[in-house]
Ligand binder design. Sequence first.
Ligand code: SAM
Ligand code: SF4
Length: 334
Amino acid sequence: MSSRWDEISPLSDRTGRQHSYLRVSVTDRCNQRCTYCMPKQGVPAKSHDEILRFEETLQLVELFVELGVRRVRITGGEPLVRRGAMEFISALGKLSQLEEISLTTNGTLLAARAQALADSGLHRVNVSLDSLRPDRYERITRGGDLADAIAGVQAARAAGLTPVKLNTVVLPDLQPDEAREIILWCNAAPRDFIPRFIECMPFQDIAAAGTALTDLQKALQRQFALVPDEQVSGDGPAQYWRVAETGLRVGFIAPLTQHFCARCNRLRLTSDGRLVTCLGHRDGISLRDLLRGGASRDELVNAIRRTILDKPRGHACAMDNDELFPNSMSEMGG
Ligand code: SAM
Ligand code: SF4
Protein backbone atom coordinates (compact mmCIF):
# COMPACT_ATOMS: atom_id res chain seq x y z
CA MET A 1 0.00 0.00 0.00
CA SER A 2 1.33 3.46 -0.87
CA SER A 3 2.27 6.02 1.73
CA ARG A 4 -0.86 7.98 0.67
CA TRP A 5 -2.84 5.15 2.36
CA ASP A 6 -1.03 5.88 5.63
CA GLU A 7 -2.09 9.50 5.46
CA ILE A 8 -5.80 8.71 5.25
CA SER A 9 -7.53 8.41 8.59
CA PRO A 10 -8.59 4.72 8.89
CA LEU A 11 -12.29 5.43 9.32
CA SER A 12 -12.59 8.09 6.66
CA ASP A 13 -14.33 7.80 3.30
CA ARG A 14 -13.54 9.63 0.06
CA THR A 15 -15.82 12.53 0.99
CA GLY A 16 -14.10 12.99 4.34
CA ARG A 17 -16.86 11.54 6.50
CA GLN A 18 -15.43 10.01 9.70
CA HIS A 19 -16.97 6.86 11.11
CA SER A 20 -16.67 6.46 14.84
CA TYR A 21 -20.08 4.86 15.36
CA LEU A 22 -20.76 1.17 14.75
CA ARG A 23 -24.13 -0.57 14.86
CA VAL A 24 -23.79 -4.24 15.57
CA SER A 25 -26.70 -6.50 14.76
CA VAL A 26 -26.49 -9.64 16.86
CA THR A 27 -29.45 -11.47 15.35
CA ASP A 28 -31.86 -11.33 12.44
CA ARG A 29 -34.60 -12.92 14.57
CA CYS A 30 -37.34 -11.12 16.38
CA ASN A 31 -40.27 -11.82 18.68
CA GLN A 32 -42.39 -9.25 16.84
CA ARG A 33 -43.33 -8.63 13.21
CA CYS A 34 -43.77 -4.88 12.95
CA THR A 35 -45.65 -4.02 9.78
CA TYR A 36 -43.07 -1.45 8.65
CA CYS A 37 -40.09 -3.73 9.29
CA MET A 38 -40.95 -7.31 8.42
CA PRO A 39 -43.34 -9.18 6.17
CA LYS A 40 -46.18 -10.94 7.99
CA GLN A 41 -44.52 -14.34 7.71
CA GLY A 42 -41.20 -12.94 9.00
CA VAL A 43 -37.93 -13.28 7.11
CA PRO A 44 -36.18 -16.63 6.54
CA ALA A 45 -33.92 -17.00 9.57
CA LYS A 46 -30.22 -17.31 8.89
CA SER A 47 -28.68 -20.60 9.98
CA HIS A 48 -26.62 -20.89 13.14
CA ASP A 49 -23.44 -21.19 11.05
CA GLU A 50 -24.16 -18.08 9.04
CA ILE A 51 -24.45 -15.91 12.14
CA LEU A 52 -21.25 -14.62 13.71
CA ARG A 53 -20.34 -16.28 16.99
CA PHE A 54 -20.03 -13.74 19.79
CA GLU A 55 -16.25 -14.34 19.97
CA GLU A 56 -16.04 -13.39 16.30
CA THR A 57 -18.20 -10.31 16.75
CA LEU A 58 -16.07 -9.24 19.70
CA GLN A 59 -12.88 -9.74 17.71
CA LEU A 60 -14.24 -7.51 14.95
CA VAL A 61 -15.51 -4.85 17.35
CA GLU A 62 -12.07 -4.77 18.98
CA LEU A 63 -10.53 -4.14 15.59
CA PHE A 64 -12.97 -1.31 14.87
CA VAL A 65 -12.20 0.20 18.26
CA GLU A 66 -8.47 0.03 17.48
CA LEU A 67 -9.23 1.92 14.27
CA GLY A 68 -11.15 4.63 16.11
CA VAL A 69 -14.75 3.54 16.72
CA ARG A 70 -15.89 5.03 20.04
CA ARG A 71 -19.62 4.29 20.14
CA VAL A 72 -21.30 0.95 19.61
CA ARG A 73 -25.02 0.25 19.40
CA ILE A 74 -26.30 -3.31 19.71
CA THR A 75 -29.32 -4.01 17.60
CA GLY A 76 -31.07 -6.66 15.51
CA GLY A 77 -33.69 -8.14 14.84
CA GLU A 78 -34.46 -8.12 18.53
CA PRO A 79 -31.07 -8.30 20.28
CA LEU A 80 -32.50 -9.59 23.56
CA VAL A 81 -33.80 -12.81 21.95
CA ARG A 82 -30.22 -13.94 21.32
CA ARG A 83 -28.82 -16.14 24.06
CA GLY A 84 -25.54 -14.76 25.41
CA ALA A 85 -26.38 -11.13 24.52
CA MET A 86 -25.82 -10.04 28.14
CA GLU A 87 -22.40 -11.67 28.31
CA PHE A 88 -21.49 -10.10 25.00
CA ILE A 89 -22.43 -6.64 26.27
CA SER A 90 -20.46 -7.33 29.40
CA ALA A 91 -17.38 -8.14 27.27
CA LEU A 92 -17.88 -4.90 25.33
CA GLY A 93 -18.05 -3.07 28.65
CA LYS A 94 -14.42 -4.06 29.24
CA LEU A 95 -13.17 -2.27 26.11
CA SER A 96 -11.84 0.82 27.82
CA GLN A 97 -11.66 2.96 24.66
CA LEU A 98 -15.38 2.58 24.00
CA GLU A 99 -17.10 5.74 25.18
CA GLU A 100 -20.67 4.56 24.75
CA ILE A 101 -22.47 1.24 24.48
CA SER A 102 -26.16 1.43 23.71
CA LEU A 103 -28.92 -0.94 22.73
CA THR A 104 -31.93 -0.67 20.45
CA THR A 105 -34.75 -2.96 21.53
CA ASN A 106 -38.49 -3.34 21.29
CA GLY A 107 -38.41 -3.41 25.09
CA THR A 108 -40.66 -6.43 25.54
CA LEU A 109 -37.89 -8.53 27.11
CA LEU A 110 -36.20 -5.67 28.88
CA ALA A 111 -37.97 -5.58 32.24
CA ALA A 112 -36.14 -8.60 33.64
CA ARG A 113 -32.79 -7.62 32.12
CA ALA A 114 -32.43 -3.85 32.44
CA GLN A 115 -30.56 -3.80 35.74
CA ALA A 116 -28.17 -6.59 34.70
CA LEU A 117 -27.53 -4.78 31.42
CA ALA A 118 -26.73 -1.57 33.27
CA ASP A 119 -24.42 -3.50 35.59
CA SER A 120 -22.67 -4.99 32.54
CA GLY A 121 -21.68 -1.58 31.25
CA LEU A 122 -24.60 -0.69 28.98
CA HIS A 123 -25.11 3.08 29.01
CA ARG A 124 -28.41 3.71 27.27
CA VAL A 125 -31.32 2.11 25.47
CA ASN A 126 -33.56 3.16 22.60
CA VAL A 127 -36.95 1.49 22.78
CA SER A 128 -39.37 1.22 19.87
CA LEU A 129 -42.75 2.43 21.02
CA ASP A 130 -45.08 3.06 18.15
CA SER A 131 -48.21 3.71 20.17
CA LEU A 132 -49.47 3.98 23.73
CA ARG A 133 -52.78 2.45 22.67
CA PRO A 134 -52.73 -1.30 23.35
CA ASP A 135 -54.87 -2.20 20.31
CA ARG A 136 -52.83 -0.13 17.88
CA TYR A 137 -49.55 -1.34 19.38
CA GLU A 138 -50.72 -4.91 18.94
CA ARG A 139 -51.77 -4.24 15.36
CA ILE A 140 -48.50 -2.54 14.37
CA THR A 141 -46.26 -5.13 16.03
CA ARG A 142 -48.56 -7.97 14.85
CA GLY A 143 -49.25 -9.37 18.29
CA GLY A 144 -47.04 -7.44 20.71
CA ASP A 145 -48.23 -6.56 24.21
CA LEU A 146 -47.86 -2.88 25.04
CA ALA A 147 -47.68 -3.68 28.78
CA ASP A 148 -44.44 -5.63 28.23
CA ALA A 149 -42.85 -2.75 26.34
CA ILE A 150 -43.91 -0.23 28.98
CA ALA A 151 -42.54 -2.46 31.75
CA GLY A 152 -39.26 -2.58 29.80
CA VAL A 153 -39.14 1.19 29.45
CA GLN A 154 -39.82 1.72 33.15
CA ALA A 155 -37.20 -0.85 34.15
CA ALA A 156 -34.64 0.84 31.90
CA ARG A 157 -35.44 4.14 33.55
CA ALA A 158 -35.12 2.65 37.03
CA ALA A 159 -31.78 1.07 36.09
CA GLY A 160 -30.43 4.45 34.95
CA LEU A 161 -30.20 3.54 31.25
CA THR A 162 -31.22 7.11 30.56
CA PRO A 163 -32.21 9.12 28.73
CA VAL A 164 -34.39 6.39 27.25
CA LYS A 165 -35.11 7.35 23.66
CA LEU A 166 -38.55 6.21 22.57
CA ASN A 167 -38.70 5.69 18.83
CA THR A 168 -42.05 6.05 17.09
CA VAL A 169 -42.19 5.26 13.40
CA VAL A 170 -44.66 7.63 11.82
CA LEU A 171 -47.11 5.51 9.86
CA PRO A 172 -49.72 7.09 7.58
CA ASP A 173 -52.46 6.50 10.17
CA LEU A 174 -50.57 7.98 13.15
CA GLN A 175 -52.77 10.83 14.28
CA PRO A 176 -51.31 13.94 15.87
CA ASP A 177 -53.34 13.27 19.05
CA GLU A 178 -51.61 9.94 19.42
CA ALA A 179 -48.18 11.53 19.06
CA ARG A 180 -49.37 14.11 21.57
CA GLU A 181 -50.20 11.31 24.04
CA ILE A 182 -46.64 10.05 23.78
CA ILE A 183 -45.21 13.50 24.46
CA LEU A 184 -47.55 14.03 27.42
CA TRP A 185 -46.58 10.63 28.82
CA CYS A 186 -42.87 11.51 28.55
CA ASN A 187 -43.45 15.00 29.97
CA ALA A 188 -43.97 13.38 33.36
CA ALA A 189 -40.24 12.53 33.44
CA PRO A 190 -38.64 14.99 31.02
CA ARG A 191 -35.09 14.22 32.04
CA ASP A 192 -35.41 10.48 31.54
CA PHE A 193 -37.27 10.20 28.24
CA ILE A 194 -36.75 11.53 24.74
CA PRO A 195 -39.60 10.74 22.36
CA ARG A 196 -38.50 10.66 18.72
CA PHE A 197 -40.66 10.52 15.62
CA ILE A 198 -39.17 8.81 12.60
CA GLU A 199 -40.24 8.88 8.97
CA CYS A 200 -41.18 5.43 7.78
CA MET A 201 -38.64 4.23 5.26
CA PRO A 202 -40.00 2.09 2.42
CA PHE A 203 -38.20 -1.24 2.13
CA GLN A 204 -38.41 -3.85 -0.58
CA ASP A 205 -40.84 -6.70 0.23
CA ILE A 206 -42.43 -4.78 3.10
CA ALA A 207 -45.81 -3.23 2.66
CA ALA A 208 -45.12 0.10 4.32
CA ALA A 209 -45.29 3.40 2.50
CA GLY A 210 -42.84 6.21 3.09
CA THR A 211 -44.20 8.99 5.29
CA ALA A 212 -43.26 12.63 5.66
CA LEU A 213 -42.93 14.17 9.11
CA THR A 214 -43.77 17.67 8.06
CA ASP A 215 -47.51 17.62 8.86
CA LEU A 216 -47.07 15.85 12.18
CA GLN A 217 -44.34 18.24 13.22
CA LYS A 218 -46.50 21.25 12.37
CA ALA A 219 -49.45 19.79 14.29
CA LEU A 220 -47.30 19.18 17.36
CA GLN A 221 -45.88 22.68 17.14
CA ARG A 222 -49.43 24.00 17.36
CA GLN A 223 -50.08 21.95 20.51
CA PHE A 224 -46.82 22.44 22.37
CA ALA A 225 -44.45 25.36 22.64
CA LEU A 226 -41.49 23.67 20.96
CA VAL A 227 -38.18 25.52 20.86
CA PRO A 228 -35.17 24.31 18.83
CA ASP A 229 -32.56 22.54 20.95
CA GLU A 230 -29.23 22.94 19.19
CA GLN A 231 -27.36 21.49 22.14
CA VAL A 232 -28.29 17.87 21.51
CA SER A 233 -28.72 17.96 17.76
CA GLY A 234 -25.06 16.85 17.55
CA ASP A 235 -23.84 14.67 14.71
CA GLY A 236 -26.82 12.29 14.64
CA PRO A 237 -29.70 12.41 12.19
CA ALA A 238 -32.29 13.71 14.68
CA GLN A 239 -33.36 17.34 14.95
CA TYR A 240 -34.23 18.09 18.55
CA TRP A 241 -36.71 20.49 20.04
CA ARG A 242 -37.70 21.18 23.63
CA VAL A 243 -41.14 21.50 25.14
CA ALA A 244 -40.77 24.95 26.67
CA GLU A 245 -42.76 24.25 29.88
CA THR A 246 -41.07 21.00 30.89
CA GLY A 247 -37.77 20.97 29.02
CA LEU A 248 -38.61 17.60 27.46
CA ARG A 249 -36.58 16.99 24.32
CA VAL A 250 -38.48 15.79 21.28
CA GLY A 251 -36.64 14.42 18.25
CA PHE A 252 -37.64 14.28 14.60
CA ILE A 253 -35.77 12.01 12.23
CA ALA A 254 -36.52 12.55 8.57
CA PRO A 255 -34.43 10.32 6.31
CA LEU A 256 -36.76 10.89 3.34
CA THR A 257 -37.48 14.60 3.49
CA GLN A 258 -34.16 15.76 4.96
CA HIS A 259 -31.34 13.58 3.72
CA PHE A 260 -28.55 13.54 6.29
CA CYS A 261 -26.22 11.36 4.21
CA ALA A 262 -23.60 14.11 3.92
CA ARG A 263 -22.88 13.84 7.64
CA CYS A 264 -23.58 10.15 8.17
CA ASN A 265 -21.04 8.67 10.59
CA ARG A 266 -22.51 5.15 10.77
CA LEU A 267 -21.16 1.75 9.97
CA ARG A 268 -23.17 -1.44 10.31
CA LEU A 269 -22.02 -4.93 11.06
CA THR A 270 -24.81 -7.36 10.17
CA SER A 271 -25.49 -10.50 12.17
CA ASP A 272 -23.87 -12.59 9.44
CA GLY A 273 -20.76 -10.44 9.53
CA ARG A 274 -21.14 -8.06 6.60
CA LEU A 275 -19.82 -4.55 6.91
CA VAL A 276 -22.48 -2.27 5.42
CA THR A 277 -21.80 1.42 5.00
CA CYS A 278 -25.14 2.68 3.66
CA LEU A 279 -28.73 1.51 4.16
CA GLY A 280 -29.53 2.54 0.61
CA HIS A 281 -27.13 0.14 -1.07
CA ARG A 282 -26.56 -3.57 -1.21
CA ASP A 283 -22.85 -3.17 -0.67
CA GLY A 284 -21.05 -4.91 2.14
CA ILE A 285 -18.00 -7.06 2.44
CA SER A 286 -18.20 -10.30 4.44
CA LEU A 287 -15.78 -9.86 7.32
CA ARG A 288 -17.01 -13.25 8.55
CA ASP A 289 -15.66 -14.99 5.46
CA LEU A 290 -12.33 -13.20 5.78
CA LEU A 291 -12.12 -14.04 9.47
CA ARG A 292 -13.03 -17.68 8.98
CA GLY A 293 -10.72 -17.90 5.97
CA GLY A 294 -7.78 -17.07 8.24
CA ALA A 295 -7.21 -13.46 7.12
CA SER A 296 -4.46 -11.68 9.03
CA ARG A 297 -5.17 -8.59 11.09
CA ASP A 298 -3.69 -6.40 8.34
CA GLU A 299 -5.85 -8.04 5.68
CA LEU A 300 -8.95 -7.42 7.77
CA VAL A 301 -7.98 -3.83 8.46
CA ASN A 302 -7.32 -3.20 4.77
CA ALA A 303 -10.68 -4.72 3.79
CA ILE A 304 -12.48 -2.55 6.36
CA ARG A 305 -10.65 0.58 5.26
CA ARG A 306 -11.33 -0.01 1.57
CA THR A 307 -15.04 -0.64 2.22
CA ILE A 308 -15.34 2.56 4.23
CA LEU A 309 -13.37 4.55 1.68
CA ASP A 310 -15.87 3.50 -1.00
CA LYS A 311 -18.97 4.32 1.07
CA PRO A 312 -21.70 5.57 -1.29
CA ARG A 313 -22.51 9.25 -1.05
CA GLY A 314 -26.06 8.51 0.06
CA HIS A 315 -29.42 6.94 -0.65
CA ALA A 316 -31.83 8.04 -3.34
CA CYS A 317 -35.17 7.47 -1.55
CA ALA A 318 -37.43 10.48 -1.22
CA MET A 319 -41.13 11.24 -0.88
CA ASP A 320 -41.36 12.22 -4.55
CA ASN A 321 -39.92 9.05 -6.07
CA ASP A 322 -40.53 5.30 -5.91
CA GLU A 323 -37.06 4.27 -4.82
CA LEU A 324 -36.99 1.61 -2.11
CA PHE A 325 -34.32 0.69 0.40
CA PRO A 326 -32.87 -2.66 -0.69
CA ASN A 327 -32.61 -4.44 2.67
CA SER A 328 -34.94 -4.32 5.64
CA MET A 329 -33.87 -2.82 8.95
CA SER A 330 -34.10 -6.20 10.66
CA GLU A 331 -31.58 -7.51 8.15
CA MET A 332 -29.24 -4.55 8.20
CA GLY A 333 -29.37 -3.83 11.91
CA GLY A 334 -31.66 -0.84 12.26
N1 SAM B 1 -36.04 -4.87 17.48
C1 SAM B 1 -35.43 -3.66 17.91
C2 SAM B 1 -36.41 -2.54 17.88
O1 SAM B 1 -37.49 -2.68 17.35
O2 SAM B 1 -36.07 -1.47 18.41
C3 SAM B 1 -34.16 -3.31 17.18
C4 SAM B 1 -34.15 -3.50 15.71
S1 SAM B 1 -35.23 -2.42 14.79
C5 SAM B 1 -34.92 -2.97 13.17
C6 SAM B 1 -34.35 -0.89 14.95
C7 SAM B 1 -35.11 0.35 14.61
O3 SAM B 1 -35.44 0.32 13.23
C8 SAM B 1 -36.40 0.50 15.37
O4 SAM B 1 -36.40 1.75 16.06
C9 SAM B 1 -37.45 0.50 14.30
O5 SAM B 1 -38.51 1.35 14.60
C10 SAM B 1 -36.65 1.00 13.09
N2 SAM B 1 -37.27 0.66 11.82
C11 SAM B 1 -37.58 -0.55 11.33
N3 SAM B 1 -38.18 -0.46 10.13
C12 SAM B 1 -38.25 0.88 9.85
C13 SAM B 1 -38.79 1.63 8.76
N4 SAM B 1 -39.40 1.05 7.74
N5 SAM B 1 -38.67 2.97 8.80
C14 SAM B 1 -38.09 3.59 9.86
N6 SAM B 1 -37.58 2.94 10.92
C15 SAM B 1 -37.67 1.59 10.92
FE1 SF4 C 1 -38.67 -6.73 15.34
FE2 SF4 C 1 -37.68 -4.33 15.85
FE3 SF4 C 1 -38.33 -5.02 13.35
FE4 SF4 C 1 -40.25 -4.66 15.10
S1 SF4 C 1 -38.79 -3.10 14.38
S2 SF4 C 1 -40.09 -6.40 13.71
S3 SF4 C 1 -39.35 -5.35 16.95
S4 SF4 C 1 -36.74 -5.92 14.55
